[in-house]
Design a protein around this ligand. Sequence first.
Ligand SMILES: [Zn+2]
Length: 496
Amino acid sequence: MDYEAVIGLETHVQLKTKSKMWCGCANEFGAPPNTHVCPVCLGLPGVLPVANDEALRLTALTGFLLNCTVTRYAKFDRKNYFYPDMPKNYQITQYDKPSTINGWVEFEFKGGLARVRITRAHLEEDVGKNFHFERTSGVDFNRAGVPLMEIVSEPDITSPDMAYEYLNALKDILVYGGVSDCDMEKGMVRCDVNVSVRPKGQQELGAKIEIKNMNSFSGVRKALEYEIPRQTEVLKQGGKLIQSTRRWDDAAGITEEMRTKEHAHDYRYFPEPDLMPFQPTDAWVAEVRKRVVELPLARKQRFMRDYQLPASDAQTFVWDVLLGNYFEEEVRSIPAEIQGERRAKKIKVVANFIINNLRAEIARQSEMPSSEISSKGEIKEARPYPIHGLIVDLANLVENNTANSSTAQVIITEMFRTGKSPATIIQEKGLAQVTDAGAIEKLCDQAIAANPGPVGDYRAGKAAALNFLKGQVMKLSKGKANPALAGEILERKLKG
Ligand SMILES: [Zn+2]
């Protein structure tokens, strides 16, 4: 009998706000322990929470980015449990009335597109962090009360690889939208994995087994690669799986049981009495909607469609938003009358200059961040780009044979450093491509005279020797000879 896995993910993401969810303490990673705390986030008696409006906005924005319905009535509940890192002994969370419901994420998978439905993205608060020392333990409450969003997927995921790609797509969307930095090293994204196995074709789900608190996407994939065969094996042996919670041991590469359903928590949810239900106005929702950005996948598809770029180039412009924006501006300076194949060819030359040369130049000039997204979701430009039109000018000079591929490299480097136009650089440096057959002929004669060995090889049938001789001609011309013409003349002379 064949078995199949059914996987759903609960992804917790720290929101990119200046302050915490219910108080004015800074939402900042890396400060000395217990320096961003106050009576509210320490859960002292008598304090009252005030909801962070930006966290509510970022949650609604996530709803839009994930194709969800942004609800007009959300409320907060208390989820009661005792744990030392949570001083109130309850977590404030959206339970039965979340801010967003019913959406989906689309992403590239196995050469096609996959879609995972989103049940909800709701807002809650993070807890502190326990540290265990040799003889004592300590709690750092800097993280307690940081706004946390939980994104719950439907059980639409069928394999470890699909879970991995879904998580990466989700992360890219949240970073693009300015919702979260999703820095895994800083623990900004954590996952709970729900996985069950059932005989193929069976409608009813198998016993749900949860793997808690995963903090890397590759960890999620590895845990599933272990857990699915484990469950399958139990069923094959005629065993029975029961609903339970497990922990992933990354060092050992196994999952271990933590508790079974009999010991499951009863969280005794009830409405948070200190917070009004949240009922956003039309104006508030419209303001949030304005912050919706083009998603990474849509951008990639648009770059491939509108500019006929290969997937790898489009992907580069998705990863590096500023570079992609610069490319689009540059393409706008190609005259509209250039159309069809000629336009596509020119765009590709421009893309190559930007991806290969401009990127290297940016790396050389500075260690500037590749892009910086402000809290309002706008991208701040922080790079020394050449003024628009210059790269297209250079592409024109390549097209009309004034520059060849090797002089173009010299020109573009000079252009980035001086800001001068390619035409000026060609003139000043005497870099114009030599297309005068007479001049090239002389260089070919020199190359033939100086290299009797390769000439003999070529005449004896070694066709590759021609490339060597062509290289000598290019060298003699200081890279300026038209390579195609040089090849033709050499071949004619050697055969003659
Ligand atoms: Zn506080």
